[in-house]
Design a protein around this ligand. Sequence first.
Ligand code: C2E
Ligand code: MG
Ligand code: MG
Length: 530
Amino acid sequence: MRFRKWTISGFPRTLDRGAFVAYFLGSVAPLAALGVVVERYALSPAALPAEGHYAIALVALVSGICVLSLGSFLMLRRLVTRAVERSLVQAYSDPLTGLPNRLLFNRRLERTLADARRHNHLSAVCFLDIDGFKRINDSLGHGVGDELLRQVATRLKENLRSSDVIGRSNSARCEPSISRLGGDEFTFLISEVSGPKSASSVVWRLLEALRKPFELEGREVMVTASVGIAMIPTDGEDPETLLRNADLAMYWAKGCGRNNYQLFAESMDTTAQRRLNVERCLRRSLEQYPFSLVYQPIRDAHSARVVAVEALLRWDDPELGVVGPSEFIPVAEEAGLIAPLGEWVLRTACAQVKAWQDAGYRAPRMCVNASGIQIRHPSWASRVQAILENTGLSPESLELEITESTILSEADGTLEALRELSERGVSLALDDFGTGYSSLRYLHAFPIDRVKIDQTFVQSVHTGIGRSLTGAIISMAHSLGMVAVAEGVETEEQAEFLRETGCDELQGFLFAKPSPPDQLVQFLEKEKDE
Ligand code: C2E
Ligand code: MG
Ligand code: MG
């Protein structure tokens, strides 16, 4: 694509000058000829102009007309050029940042791939996504979000040296290859690199540049980004595959904690294929429901009585076999399938505990995991209440387990929904505590009854630091008026330490693995007898 030919500013300027000279000569020449004839005739009206004068006037007139036509032609050409230029700029650039858009980037990528193959060299295509951009947009408004995108675009452009652009042979005429694909996604090419290492160092430099604060409406905002890198031509046969692989690597970088880059590897593709398969089967399963719930008892640390059970979802898919919740729950969340699934879990668990109560067991509290995405739904609190009413379960028998990331999204009505449920008697537990980023302010703001200490802490109590951290979490929970529950208790030593440190409730394989409802009844039977 010869887009740049139309944007060289010198070209139209030359046309301007040419048209002006043509118009000047075209107007002056016939006027001069007319002047000569009039002057002769006026000075001696008796004398008719000589034939030579008529010839001069005619030549001047004809040449004037020619030059005027040339000027008009040049002006017309200029207008057409401008119109074409404007429509090309519109078709190939992103209106927000002025950067090339996806269409132009694809053409450049095509050319870079062809060059890399022809000259047998390596280049890199990079996919950059701003971390947590949605949060900035939601909290500071779309206007600020747009301004941030513009500033990010400028900073990326400034920091991509001329050596990182296409067409190095004529770097003075090169624009940086950075493009905006849409949203907060940017792509760029690093041409003719010696290997993945040098591409990575360019990317690292860009990430460092982005870490410096941005000034948005008088306040400083810090952002980070994640980048995926695919090598050209080794990581893809065609531009689409290359871009998809760079995108995959970017997702990998996000999964590795964000604010970093990842080079594409074949295994990422395998993982992505698996994820797609899981999503496809999950969609189909939502019609047939090959799901079940297993229940794991939670004991009082001192009396050893079963005070609660946690409902854990199981999926035995006809095609994929058994898939663990740690794998399919995140997929269900991303694919927007968690709401119906979560609702099924809640309804089934509530109906189960009610059935135990009706059968005369001293039914324990039912703990149900709730995903942050579910909770953010505006009608979630009323759905929970409807399920409680339909199953006839009292709210005091239900506990919802939420994770730290859920309570961080305070802005979108989560707090109100949780408060509403808490006021009606449903208790709340903060699951996997210690693995997220919750601040004490959030712990204080939310109506949390229990803190579930993540099993990584529990399983490290044989070390000094593990003991200190676990002890500190228990003290913190107590001082905030919360109950401390330890997850993943596997050995008697761990249980002993937890009891001594004042932990209130214990859950883990040491006491029981999650089991189907008929097996759990055996635990409830024992409780009945005691
Ligand atoms: P979680 O809520 O923290 O559940 C505890 C997990 O630890 C369960 O894994 C349980 O089987 C396992 N576990 C219990 N005791 C021990 C132990 O002593 N040692 C070890 N190594 N593990 C133990 P599971 O069932 O694979 O669930 C994993 C996660 O999936 C859950 O972690 C929860 O976050 C999510 N999950 C499960 N069911 C649901 C659900 O219905 N809805 C939602 N949103 N998430 C769910
Ligand atoms: Mg849980
Ligand atoms: Mg947990």
